[in-house]
Write a protein that binds this ligand. Structure first.
Ligand code: ADP
Ligand code: TYD
Length: 208
């Protein structure tokens, strides 16, 4: 694959990923880069259809195993239709969540499925980001931010504070395990402070 740069943002619900992904796309494009902003679950027509099944409705609607399959199906479509074509054209792709979310949500928190999640990822996607920004926030803070949006997409927030605390630990462990591509960002600062650190990290990567 001719290489663009693949950047993902990860973290618990309401940690500020979308805010930072938007700011990053704007800064990069303003400075003459070609950056594409996308998200998971979603990011392509088919994956957005699957998204609705996943983020709405009763928390017990799907088992962790079924969720893993649905998220991976959505990711395959997203990867084929949006991510891979953009990277092949040399663009910077910014994705608000990617496979690390499945590793942490389905692999280590909703279920104990990490080995299967990794196998399925290897079989069906087989691609990792160049840079992953994990935005770290105390779940008490992020949960109140997230639910305040009242988006109707709160199925995962509805699992509660204990669940979000486990997720936070899962993301911190993942950042440690993949410390080459992952950076842990203190998400309790102002939006501007965080976006300035992120921009510095991205330019460092671009100039690697
Ligand atoms: P996520 O995409 O991780 O769910 P969002 O970017 O949608 O998070 O942010 C969730 C809420 O928190 C939004 O209302 C947003 O305006 C607010 N927010 C984002 N970043 C910060 C920050 N650094 N400090 C305070 N509030 C923030
Ligand atoms: P998102 O819209 O990013 O939620 P938020 O803005 O609250 O962070 O993602 C929707 C939900 O899907 C979110 O709670 C995390 C969950 N999710 C998984 O459980 N596994 C996955 O692989 C992905 C991509 C998301």
């Amino acid at each position: 694959m001719e290489k663009g740069l693949f950047i993902t943002l990860e973290g618990v619900d309401g940690s500020g990923k979308s805010t930072q992904a938007n700011a990053l796309e704007k800064s990069l494009n303003k400075n003459g880069n070609i950056a594409v902003l996308t998200r998971e679950p979603g990011g392509s027509v088919g994956a957005e259809l699957i998204r609705k099944l996943l983020v709405e409705g009763d928390p017990d609607r799907w088992s962790p195993e079924t969720e893993m399959l649905l998220f991976t199906a959505a990711r395959r479509d997203h990867f084929e239709k949006t991510i891979r074509p953009a990277l092949e054209k040399g663009k910077i792709v910014i994705s608000d969540r990617f496979a690390d979310s499945t590793r942490v949500y389905q692999g280590a928190t909703r279920g104990d499925l990490r080995a299967v999640v990794d196998q399925l990822h290897q079989l069906m996607i087989g691609y990792e980001p160049d840079l992953t920004l994990i935005i770290d926030v105390d779940p008490q803070e992020s949960l109140s931010r997230g639910l305040a949006r009242d988006s109707g997409e709160d199925r995962f927030e509805d699992f509660g504070l204990g669940f979000q605390k486990k997720l936070r630990q899962g993301f911190l462990k993942l950042g440690h395990d993949f410390n080459k591509r992952c950076k842990i960002i203190d998400g309790t600062r102002t939006v501007k402070e965080i976006s300035s650190e992120i921009l510095t990290l991205v330019y460092t990567k671009l100039n690697d």
